[in-house]
Structures are given as structure tokens and as C-alpha cells.
Design a protein around this ligand. Structure first.
Ligand code: ADP
Ligand code: MG
Length: 643
């Protein structure tokens, strides 16, 4: 069923080549337990990865069910990995904070099996590996042997015909190793198991066949197999095309970055993973898979577009992936007498809220700041964002002085849109509602991700840059919301159209010279600037235009000092079309707020409201009346006709 013909694998290594495999020819039976032995570096992992479709051979051919894989396209490999292969690694690769059941289910979540079936299959396979009573434990509460069982369950849950195990007992003591070997032996009864191991005793005791590798070649095979010619012929006739599959994201994302390194696929994958929040999982999984370099690069590249974000409320987005189960199911039939609802909203809420949790962010920040977490070594940058909005004005905008952030453009146009929501991101241009966006404070990272095309990178808190895309474009939404175009024009057009007039919208491209952009100035308003002290009390002056004009004139100036665009090979498209500011702009703002007169005064007398001079209202006892009170009250009312 699986045959390698003179497979070689070369890895480029500087100017020379590493010959990881030097012509491997071997044929495997439908079910046997094969151990691959050999010293470190002899090519065992490479061999396993090629068999599993995680890595491509350089020369030779791999026959799957009698069919050459020379013409295999990506989706054929995906189908093969998805339907035929299960992987087990030395380091388990489990997600530590998810339950055992979720870890196993995850493999199915991502291959589009319904929620109910997923759960049932995950339970069944966990029972099979002897963990039926541990479903809700977390991996970090388990022993190594138990974790490896979970990993084996996860590999088996898709019922693959081939199980590949790379040193599955490498991290286990000898007693536990024996248990895992027993399990693998059991598993091998009805499928092909190929296991890489360092342990010749275990290999000879449990496996049915031992292949020895040395320096990329097979030097011994205890039970070679030459598939009968007629079997091959038969297979060739029946094989047809491989079953089509939706991309197995689990396998593809987490295990086979190697094959997916064309820029295009990579970007799509990153976009996908980022959008559903599983990039973190993928990174964890691949971390221990010997592709550290690759991961480093992935992390660098994804960071500026898709940082791992920790928010106050977390929602389990992986649950979103099962949404479609609830939406349209083929096996539902209805009569023609009624109409039926498909509960998109409620099931979305149901799945999302089931996993909603609130995080204690200030405690978390203390923990990160304390340096105990060790996260610095694993990240290129940590930034904090605050709910304090940046209030920015452009005093010399096309439409006169106007507030440009937070941006009211859509509201002004009468299009209901949640302010602060950054949902409207599209394609390469990334239409971000948050036009003002914090840049990473990792300058090395920034310089690998962006090229400066005019001016320079911001050097201090009051300097910002315009981030354009690789074609030097920004959306007109950005231009409107920076004051470079006059939003009033849009508003007028809408009013005009509403009044029944023919309206012509100018859709031509606006072109700016770089030096029209560089040097643009904005004013930074501190929230406390809206308030002035009159007598003993503070008053909100935001509606007082004379006052506001004076405040804005004295406000700090923020200057666009440069224009940057993504460097060659960067994957930052999602952040384009924004004004990038430095993290210290926020700390500067917070400092100003915290040292402002009104805040200091309020803090000095925390019980008295600085706006009213009165104590803050305390919770009042809810008033309740009895029936007697009411009767007594009614008795006091004037009689009819008396008024
Ligand atoms: P084993 O699993 O037997 O320890 P591997 O299959 O991991 O060995 O590696 C075989 C050889 O190929 C080693 O010399 C290793 O350095 C090299 N190699 C493996 N993967 C890569 C890679 N991605 N790039 C360059 N060289 C590699
Ligand atoms: Mg190895």
C-alpha cells in the first residue's frame, strides 16, 4: 500500500547540500508494526515526514495505494494527510490549558465533523487508549505516559490507515514506555504503524519488523516486503483519484509548515489562522516539531499583523468553527405546511458565550512586568493597549478643524457602525476602523517589516507615520478620517440624494506627493482638557467652541514624520492604511491625565464629586411598599369631585 522507490532528500545548507536520505527503497504492508532504528541525524525524522506527506522528496517516487505521487498537487497531499495519516511525537504537542477531550476533539473540529459526532468519536478513542475516566483533566495535570496516550488518541481519532510515531517513548521512563508500546502494538493490529525509536530492545520486543538506517540509507530490514505484482496492478486500476478534502488545517497548519512555504499559501494560512485565533495553537504545536527556525520567522512575520492578543473578555473562537453544523444540515427534512428557523444568531451566541471568560488584566500585567513569566524569551514584543481613546484633531483639514480620531465618519453618514470596532478589514488594503494604530515597540522587528519611503520612523511620542500598502495605497476612508479629504462632501452627497437630486460621486483616485503627507500636523487632546474649573466646581466645556478652540490651539502637536510600506516578503498587509504611533504616546497621555488638576483634585477627595461638590450618590435602599401602605396612601387622596 505504501512504497518508496529510491527516495532521496537534500536540504540546502548554505552553499552545500545536506543529503538527509540517499536513495531509500522500501515497501510497507497494510498492517504491520515497523520500527526504524538509527543514530541521531541519520534521517529517521526526514523519512517519516516524507512518508506522512509533511515533507517532499527530492528524487525518487512514493507510491500510495499503487499510485505515484509525482503528480500529486497540494490538495492531493492534503487529502492523503487528512484521511490516511496520524502523527505522534516525542513531545506530545498537546495544548496544555485545554481538556483532554478538547485536545482530541480539536483534530476533528478542524476537519469539519459535526459537534456531536466529534464528541462521540473523541470519547470512544480516549476510552480505547484507557483514558475514558480522564476526559476533563488537562494535560498539565497528567503524567508523560498519559499525555502520550492523549496524543495517540488524537492521532487515531480520524481513523487513519497509517500511524507515524517519532520517538514516542523518547521522554518516558521504561515502565511507561512499555505501556505505550503495548498500546501501539494494539493499534497496529488493524493499521500500519511506523515508529522511530532509539530503543532497540523495545523495537525487537514489540514491532514486527525492524529497519535500520545509517547516514540516509537503509542498512538492514528484518522483514522486507515486495508487494506482489498483481496487488499493485489491482490497486492501480482501482485507485482513481484521491478523495478530495477540505484542507486539513490541523495537520497542514501545525505539522507541515515545510510544504506550505510558498509565499502565497503562507499568507493565506496566516490570514486564516490569525482570523480565527488559532495561530497560537499552531505555533505551540509546531514549536517542538524541529522547525524552530521556521517558527521564528513565522512569529516575526505574523506578529505585526496578528499578535497574540489577550483581552478582558475571551471568547472561544474555535467554537465558531462548528457553527455551520447548526446551520444547514442535509439530513433535515421539513413538511411544506410550515416554515422553520435556522438559528444562526442563537447558536452563535450559544457557542461563543459558552466559552466566554473574563480576564484579570491588571493582575496579568503585574505578572508579566514582574519578569517571572519568562515570556520575554518567547516573544519579540509585548504591548499594552488601554481603552483610553486617542482624541486627535486636524485643525487644518480639508473640511476645516475637525476631530479625526475617534472617527465619526460612518455615524455622520447615518451608517450605524460601532465606533472602535475594527471589523471592517478587507483584503490587502485592510480597511481598519481604527485608523490610529499602535506600532510595535520592537524597532528591529519594525525595520524588517517595513521600508521607509519618505521621512523617517517616529523617534518620540509625538511623531507618527502613515503606513501604506505595498502598492503605496491607502483607502479613502483613511484619507477622510485623517482630514485629508473633506467628509462633509460625502455627507452633502447623501443629503442631496435623499432630497431626490442626481448625485455624482467622484470615484477617481486621489494622488498625493509624499511631502504633502510628511509634515501633516495633528493636535492631541487630553480627555481632561474638556473640563474647566468655574468657581469651585468643574464644568464640561466640550460644547463651548471658543473654549475648545483655545484648548486645541495650545494642545500638543503630533506630526507625521514619515511614510512606510511593507518590506519585500513581509506579511503585514492587515495593518496598512493607518497612522502608526508609538506606545509611549499612550503612556504620555496617561501621565497627562493622571497629573491633570481635575484628576488630582478628585483623587484628593475621593468622596466628593468634583462636578457637583456633593458626595457621590451611594446605593440607595430599594423602596418597597406593602399593601397597607398603599391603602393608607389612597386614603389621603382627595375624593372624586373634590378637586
Ligand atoms: P534523525 O531524525 O534521524 O535524527 P533527521 O531526519 O532529523 O535525523 O535529519 C537528517 C539530516 O538532515 C541531519 O543531518 C539534519 O541536520 C538534516 N536536516 C533535517 N531537516 C533539515 C532541514 N529542514 N534543513 C536542513 N537540514 C535538515
Ligand atoms: Mg528525529
Amino acid at each position: 500500500m505504501l512504497e518508496l522507490q529510491n527516495i532521496t532528500k537534500e536540504y540546502p545548507n548554505g552553499d552545500s547540500l545536506v543529503h538527509a536520505l540517499r536513495g531509500i527503497s522500501v515497501c510497507f504492508r497494510k498492517n504491520e508494526f515497523v520500527s526504524v532504528l538509527g543514530p541521531s541525524g541519520c534521517g529517521k525524522t526526514t523519512l517519516l515526514n516524507i512518508i506522512g506527506g509533511l515533507d517532499r522528496y527530492t528524487k525518487g517516487d512514493l507510491y500510495i495505494n499503487g499510485v505515484s505521487t509525482k503528480q500529486y498537487r497540494d490538495r492531493d497531499w492534503d487529502a492523503y494527510r487528512n484521511h490516511s495519516i496520524g502523527f505522534v511525537f516525542q513531545s506530545y504537542n498537546l495544548i496544555p490549558h485545554q481538556s483532554v477531550l478538547s485536545n482530541v476533539e480539536l483534530a476533528l473540529t478542524l476537519s469539519g465533523v459535526s459537534k456531536k459526532e466529534r464528541r462521540a468519536r473523541a470519547k470512544a478513542v480516549l476510552e480505547q487508549v484507557g483514558l475514558g475516566d480522564q476526559l476533563h483533566k488537562r494535560p498539565n495535570q497528567m503524567s508523560g505516559g498519559q499525555m502520550q496516550r492523549v496524543a495517540i488518541a488524537r492521532a487515531l481519532v480520524n481513523n487513519p490507515s497509517i500511524l507515524l510515531a517519532d520517538e514516542p517513548t523518547g521522554a518516558l521512563d521504561s515502565e511507561t514506555s512499555v505501556q505505550i508500546m503495548e498500546l501501539l502494538k494494539e493499534v497496529a493490529k488493524d493499521r500500519l504503524v511506523i515508529m522511530v525509536t532509539h530503543n532497540p530492545e523495545l523495537a525487537s520486543q514489540y514491532s514486527t519488523r525492524i529497519i535500520r538506517l545509517l547516514d540516509g540509507s537503509i542498512i538492514d530490514d528484518s522483514m522486507p516486503y515486495e508487494a506482489a505484482a498483481e496487488e499493485k496492478e489491482e490497486a492501480r486500476r482501482c485507485a482513481g483519484k484521491a478523495k478530495k478534502t477540505s484542507m486539513s488545517f490541523f495537520t497542514a497548519l501545525s505539522l507541515s509548515f515545510n510544504n506550505l512555504m510558498t509565499k502565497k499559501t503562507r499568507t493565506i494560512l496566516i490570514a486564516f489562522a490569525g482570523s480565527i485565533g488559532i495561530i497560537g495553537i499552531a505555533l505551540i504545536l509546531s514549536m517542538s516539531n524541529g522547525v524552530q527556525q521556521l517558527i521564528d520567522r513565522m512569529e516575526r512575520e505574523t506578529l505585526s499583523s496578528y499578535p497574540l492578543t489577550i483581552e478582558k473578555t475571551t471568547i472561544d473562537f474555535s467554537s465558531m468553527m462548528s457553527m455551520r453544523d447548526n446551520m444547514t444540515s442535509d439530513d433535515v427534512t421539513h413538511d411544506d405546511e410550515h416554515i422553520y428557523s435556522v438559528n444562526v444568531m442563537s447558536s452563535m451566541m450559544d457557542t461563543m458565550l459558552a466559552g466566554a471568560k473574563t480576564n484579570n488584566l491588571s493582575q496579568f500585567k503585574q505578572f508579566i512586568d514582574s519578569g517571572e513569566s519568562g515570556i520575554e524569551a518567547l516573544t519579540s514584543d509585548i504591548t499594552y493597549s488601554y481603552s483610553t481613546p486617542l482624541t486627535i484633531y486636524n485643525l487644518n483639514g480639508k473640511g476645516g478643524a475637525q476631530q479625526v480620531n475617534p472617527n465619526h465618519l460612518f455615524n455622520d453618514l447615518g451608517v450605524g457602525m460601532q465606533e472602535n470596532s475594527s471589523v471592517m478589514r478587507s483584503g490587502g488594503l485592510g480597511m481598519s476602523m481604527d485608523v490610529w494604530t499602535q506600532l510595535s515597540s520592537n524597532e528591529a522587528l519594525l525595520s524588517t517589516q517595513y521600508d521607509v519611503i519618505a521621512g523617517q520612523m517616529p523617534q518620540q511620542y509625538n511623531e507618527v507615520v502613515l503606513v501604506v500598502n505595498d502598492k503605496n495605497q491607502v483607502t479613502d476612508f483613511t484619507l477622510y478620517s485623517l482630514g485629508l479629504l473633506d467628509p462633509a462632501e460625502l455627507k452633502e452627497a447623501i443629503m442631496d440624494a435623499a432630497a431626490g437630486n442626481e448625485v455624482e460621486i467622484d470615484t477617481s483616485t486621489h494622488v498625493y506627493a509624499l511631502d504633502e503627507i510628511v509634515g501633516t500636523e495633528f493636535k492631541l487632546l487630553v480627555n481632561t482638557d474638556y473640563f474647566a474649573k468655574e468657581g469651585d466646581l468643574w464644568t464640561d466645556k466640550s460644547e463651548d467652541s471658543t473654549y475648545m478652540t483655545a484648548v486645541l490651539e495650545q494642545a500638543e502637536t503630533i506630526t507625521v514624520v514619515g511614510v512606510i510600506h511593507p518590506s519585500e516578503g513581509a506579511t503585514t498587509s492587515m495593518n496598512n492604511g493607518v497612522i502608526g504611533y508609538r506606545g509611549d504616546l499612550v503612556s504620555h497621555l496617561l501621565d497627562k491625565v493622571n497629573t491633570s488638576a481635575i484628576v488630582l483634585e478628585q483623587k484628593a477627595e475621593p468622596d466628593t464629586d468634583v462636578f457637583t461638590g456633593l458626595p457621590f450618590r451611594t446605593e440607595e435602599e430599594p423602596v418597597s411598599y406593602t399593601m397597607d401602605d398603599l391603602t393608607a396612601y389612597i386614603a389621603t387622596l382627595p375624593e372624586e369631585g373634590q378637586v
